[in-house]
Design a protein around this ligand. Structure first.
Ligand code: 16G
Length: 249
């Protein structure tokens, strides 16, 4: 079926079917899901879509904006709106204390980091308190964009007491691997996960649309002796991750 035939309103637009932009959005989603609109194909331009569907350009624009937000299509400057490649979702267990590098290598993916910050800084009040720094006025901090298989996955900002990570520059790929080498790998962690919308500049770094769905994860991890080793705030792409917890009676 051609795109034009698929979008003709007689078969999907109903007077009592709810807001028109929502109906169009659903139809376009269906087209993307069933392959009538395959990955990397372009949507008809706004004016043409309005003609085919008998809807106003404002309605068409609203439907497309919603699809951009959902990450199903992207607008490329000067060349139009394109269907995005579907992103393979990853499942991550919430019952094992693993590192990003380990999680990805289990899936056969190489990881890379783009460094946004790495060094020794004056701690914030929160770092002072959560990491139990007492009157020490330095903290190790690393902030990076984490990529797997060449695709941006998460932004991660970790803070550690300096005696646990004396030289942040030593971390080239895996933080946990460096900590393990010094006998300071955490053995337990508490994680808090919340839903957020990712805005610029983080959205640009992660390659998602402004306002796209994301997961904010805060991990506090502990050494065997109970001391806090790490406070990490991560921002994961909502379209790439499923966190899975196993529950037992
Ligand atoms: C994971 C952890 C993060 C930890 C990092 C170490 C979550 C939400 N966060 O991304 O707290 O710092 O692994 O990874 O799972 P690395 O050893 O590959 O640097």
């Amino acid at each position: 079926m051609s795109t034009v035939e698929f979008l003709r309103p007689d078969s999907w637009l109903a007077a009592n079917g709810g807001p028109r932009y929502v109906q169009l959005r659903r139809r376009l989603e269906e087209g993307i899901g069933t392959g009538v609109l395959p990955p990397n194909s372009s949507l008809p331009p706004e004016r043409e879509l309005a003609d085919i569907t008998d809807l106003s350009r404002v309605t068409v624009r609203k439907a497309i904006q919603a699809l951009v937000q959902d990450g199903l299509v992207e607008q490329r400057q000067g060349s139009g709106t394109f269907v995005r490649e579907p992103v393979a979702r990853m499942e991550q267990s919430l019952s094992h204390l693993t590192s990003f590098t380990e999680d990805m290598s289990h899936r056969g993916l190489d990881t890379t980091s783009k460094w946004l910050e790495r060094g020794v800084f004056a701690p914030t009040e929160e770092e002072q308190c959560v990491l139990g720094l007492g009157n020490v006025n330095e903290v190790a901090r690393i902030y990076r964009l984490r990529e797997a298989g060449g695709r941006p996955m998460a932004l991660e900002r970790a803070s550690l007491p300096l005696d646990i990570l004396p030289n942040p520059l030593e971390v080239k790929t895996s933080l946990y691997e460096v900590l393990a080498r010094h006998g300071r790998r955490p053995v337990r962690a508490v994680q808090k996960i919340s839903a957020i919308n990712i805005d610029a500049p983080e959205a640009d770094l992660l390659g998602v649309a402004d306002g796209a769905a994301g997961l904010k994860i805060e991990r506090t991890s502990y050494l065997k002796n109970g001391r806090v080793a790490e406070l990490t705030r991560s921002l994961y792409r909502g379209d790439a991750y499923d966190f899975v917890a196993e529950l037992r009676l």
